[in-house]
Design a protein around this ligand. Structure first.
Ligand SMILES: [Fe+2]
Length: 422
């Protein structure tokens, strides 16, 4: 029966998606002073030039060269721009590349050739071929189309660390509200469905399979994310300072994308998973597990599970602070239409949600043909699952089974948390 439901390939949609991704990448690069093209604002990440080349090189390598078996454009540049890095904060910066990068003009010529080849393939090539693993259900095409928006987020959290004089960020208003009062919400015992059945989505990353049910005991959870105001009491008691806070006189400012502003008390605090755990323990609680996130976000008192916290409607910025509605957080509880059936706010949007669950494969995991190391390289017990979305997460990545992950001490992510209670 399932084959009958297989959607036909909509090449126009895939081409429009690729063009929209490229346009957003160009827009983000347009915010960066050209003089810092070779600069890496985060010492353990590559300079901007790498990302300029990497995004289209990955698309070309994955779809055109590897999946379709077409000839290389420039093997040296394809290799140079092949893969990003995921350093732990204790990595040695000297281990990174120190050779000169290609010039801006060389990179741009290569980028153009990659884009031309990818667009030609999306328009004309046999990109949906059940006989070739990389092309089953057009896997390689979807891989490159979801890879680019992930890099929009990566790029922005690097731009975040760039000095204000080297960037021109479109202005956004920042609002600080009184923090809404909210007792923890009681979530009854029930079943959480994690993962997704093969064939049920047009595309999923390898770590989203297979679908399985987890019995989750009753627990309590914060209705709102922990705010900067909540966390301030912990800092004043000697707790670790969150990575987006900047000392200012006797108090604190918050580093937002464009610069620094007085600390907004009502915004969710962005913190590392270690800091989140420490805060939760200090206040007599703990972080939620990945199954508990699913219960709070997608479960309902009736036992039915929903595709999104707000129900069935397709993701849009009406339901949460994601998909570039803003670049930075906003006061917790600002998206009431996106609250879950239990009345828990901002589970999707306004910052990824840390869990206490180490990133690990679900039963039935198979590395994806078009991008084998995507998840498998990170099943090391040192990365932890994040769920939901940040302000700059594309709506294309907002689905129940999507999983993100990072080291527990990585300080640059747009990630927040809330407390769970036994
Ligand atoms: Fe990448």
């Amino acid at each position: 029966m399932e084959t009958l439901l297989r959607p036909s390939l909509d090449r126009e949609r895939l081409i429009a998606w690729y063009r929209a991704n490229r346009a957003r990448t160009a827009e983000l690069f347009g915010w960066i002073d050209p003089s810092v093209y070779d600069v890496a604002p985060i010492a353990l990440r590559h300079p901007f030039v790498f990302y300029d080349g990497h995004i289209p090189a990955f698309s070309f390598n994955t779809l055109v060269r590897n999946a379709l078996g077409r000839p290389s454009i420039d093997r040296a540049l394809e290799d140079l721009f092949e893969r990003g890095i995921d350093p732990s904060v204790s990595s040695d910066p000297a281990s990174l590349r120190t050779l000169p990068w290609p010039t801006h003009a060389e990179v741009r010529a290569f980028v153009q050739a990659c884009d031309d080849a990818v667009l030609d393939a999306l328009a004309h090539a046999p990109i949906d071929d059940p006989a070739i693993p990389d092309l089953v259900r057009a896997e390689a095409a979807y891989t490159i189309l979801e890879h680019e928006p992930m890099h929009h987020e990566t790029l922005l959290y690097i731009v975040h660390r760039l000095a204000p004089e080297h960037k021109a960020i479109p202005p956004r208003e920042h609002r600080d509200d009184p923090v809404p009062a909210g007792e923890p919400v009681a979530i009854g015992a029930g079943i959480a469905t994690l993962g997704v059945r093969r064939g049920a989505l047009p595309f999923g990353w390898d770590n989203e399979y297979e679908e399985h049910a987890v019995a989750v005991p009753a627990f309590g959870i914060d209705r709102y994310d922990v705010t900067n105001g909540d966390y301030l009491a912990f800092v004043e008691a000697g707790g670790p300072v969150p990575p987006f806070w900047v000392p200012a006189g006797t108090g604190w400012q918050l580093r937002v994308l464009a610069g620094s502003i007085p600390l907004p008390r009502s915004w969710p605090v962005y913190a590392t998973q270690q800091q989140a755990s420490a805060f939760a323990a200090w206040s007599g609680a703990r972080l939620m597990t990945e199954p508990e996130y699913h219960r709070a976000a997608y479960g309902t008192p009736s036992g039915v599970e929903r595709p999104q916290p707000w129900g069935d409607a397709v993701p849009s910025a009406a339901y949460g602070n994601f998909d570039f509605r803003r670049f930075d957080p906003e006061p917790v509880g600002s998206s009431p239409r996106g609250a879950s059936a239990w009345g828990v706010h901002d589970l999707v949007g306004n910052g990824w949600e840390w869990t206490s669950t180490p990133f690990a494969p679900f039963a039935g995991f198979v590395p994806m043909a078009s991008y084998k190391p995507y998840s498998a390289d990170f099943f090391d017990g040192k990365h932890f699952v994040m769920k939901g979305a940040s302000p700059v997460t594309s709506r294309d990545l907002v689905r129940r089974s999507f999983r993100n992950w990072f080291y527990n001490d990585y300080p640059y992510m747009y990630a927040t948390f809330r407390r769970a209670y036994d």
